[in-house]
Design a protein around this ligand. Sequence first.
Ligand SMILES: Nc1ncnc2c1ncn2[C@@H]1O[C@H](COP(=O)(O)OP(=O)(O)OP(=O)(O)O)[C@@H](O)[C@H]1O
Ligand SMILES: [Mg+2]
Length: 153
Amino acid sequence: MLKLQVISKSKEETQRLAANIVRQLAPGSVVLLTGDLGAGKTTFVAGALMELGYKDHVVSPTFNILKCYFEVQPNVFHIDAYRLEDQNIDIGLEEFLEDEGISFVEWPNYIESILPPHTMTIKITRVSDNERLFEFYSDSEKYQKVFSALEGK
Ligand SMILES: Nc1ncnc2c1ncn2[C@@H]1O[C@H](COP(=O)(O)OP(=O)(O)OP(=O)(O)O)[C@@H](O)[C@H]1O
Ligand SMILES: [Mg+2]
């Protein structure tokens, strides 16, 4: 089990962390973001997208569940399963999770049954107004480069 903790003291620091990590993700990576409302999941995804050259404002796909970023390489798929709750609705998200792009999933517990086997989990905990604890976990060697890069810091 790969496991590591990082503290972020600001939104910008979280976005730098995400930028550093997205560069280490192999094609087809699936990153699960957990943590309460306002923890910083979407902020993290925005940091990753900015690093890949996305210039617009990144908004949470809560109301449309999936947002595809075909304008960046690798393509990014941002899923927010919050509105699906436990309803088990089949809307074909598997197609994106199995793609060669990188998927970021907020509220992955709501789509647990369709998650692929090799994922990385990032658990975000609010410590104070501007401080967040990031805990990275993975059972898959596919994410080794992420952990090596974080350890090198
Ligand atoms: N260190 C930090 N890292 C990330 N966000 C931070 C930090 N400090 C403060 N914030 C603030 O916390 C909020 C995080 O909101 P964000 O939309 O990213 O949360 P979320 O986890 O996606 O929530 P939701 O479950 O509602 O989608 C933002 O307003 C951001 O400015
Ligand atoms: Mg969000």
